[in-house]
Design a protein around this ligand. Structure first.
Ligand code: ATP
Length: 275
């Protein structure tokens, strides 16, 4: 019997319940259920057109489901506007880094963190308050290894550096759930190594959902994986089991989808994600 004073277990950070999105006759996301604990490191993989980005769009709120519900930390956010979801702790990085080229690297992160900062009111006319914003932004640039480039125009950054800046901007909102859409796409091996170090160092207070074609990145970062095919969940489970699942191997062989070739079979320690 549970003692009366025992703390209630934390609600899962994210629960998707029968989530479905249709575009005309095409079902891009088909009856997807998923339950992620706080601090999850979860990857969503699958062939091109499997519905991975649509799933992220539904969670971020830039697209709406036709059926099903989304709960964040126990609160139903299915009909909640994107900006409010962001204030509730959902942050996102995009396949194409969303960086404002005309601003400095630092100001990109200041701008991204502004709506979330406790001292946001009047900061534009108070130098001391503005400095607090800059200090927060500088910390996030430090995290992604761009501190030395803080005062450079973002236009001068390489593709890999823009990706890191996009990640710093996402972290500036102090997210509880970070959605990463193909963060390793177009990166050099060196940049992928840096990305793995940065993402591997994120605190447990941040849960991560990673859409990624690089299976080796998935195997290193994710403790659990959902494999989508034609919008449906083929399998959800601990990384090693999910990647080794015979249907997953068949799906990847059929499409040649994984840039890393065959799915890796070894993964980090399992986390139960089934609801
Ligand atoms: P990729 O790995 O190529 O990025 P994906 O798994 O992210 O693919 P989605 O981009 O989610 O797949 O697309 C899933 C399906 O939904 C595809 O068939 C796509 O053409 C279709 N689709 C996505 N967005 C729309 C839209 N706005 N209107 C119509 N069809 C769409």
């Amino acid at each position: 019997m549970t003692p009366a004073h025992a703390e209630a277990p934390a609600p899962p950070v994210l629960v998707l319940d029968h989530l479905t999105r249709r575009y005309g006759s095409l079902i891009a996301v088909d009856d997807v259920c998923l339950r992620l604990p706080a601090g999850a490191r979860h990857a969503v993989i699958g062939p091109n057109g499997a519905g991975k980005t649509t799933l992220l769009n539904l969670i971020a709120g830039t697209d709406r489901p036709d059926r099903g519900t989304i709960a964040l930390n126990g609160t139903d956010i299915t009909r909640t506007a994107t900006a409010k979801r962001s204030r509730l702790g959902i942050a996102r990085s995009f396949q194409q880094p969303s960086v404002i080229s005309e601003l400095t690297v630092l100001d990109n992160v200041v701008l991204a963190g502004w709506p979330h900062h406790p001292k946001r009111r009047g900061a534009w006319r108070s130098p001391s308050r503005y400095r607090l914003h800059e200090e927060s932004a500088a910390r996030h640039l430090e995290t992604v290894g761009l501190a030395d480039l803080a005062h450079r125009p973002a236009a001068t950054l390489s593709h890999g550096q823009r990706r890191m800046l996009d990640l710093a901007a996402a972290l500036a909102g102090e997210p509880r759930l970070l959605l990463l859409d193909e963060p390793a796409a177009g990166l050099t091996d060196g940049d992928i190594g840096r990305l793995l170090t940065i993402l591997g160092g994120l605190p447990d207070s941040v849960a991560v959902i990673l859409v990624e074609h690089h299976v080796e990145v998935v195997a290193q970062l994710a403790t659990s994986v959902t494999v989508l095919a034609a919008g449906r969940v083929l399998v959800t489970g601990p990384t090693g089991e999910a990647l080794a699942h015979p249907e997953v191997r068949d799906a990847y062989h059929a499409t040649g989808a994984a840039s890393g070739g065959e799915p890796a079979v070894a993964g980090p320690s399992p986390t139960d994600t089934r609801g």
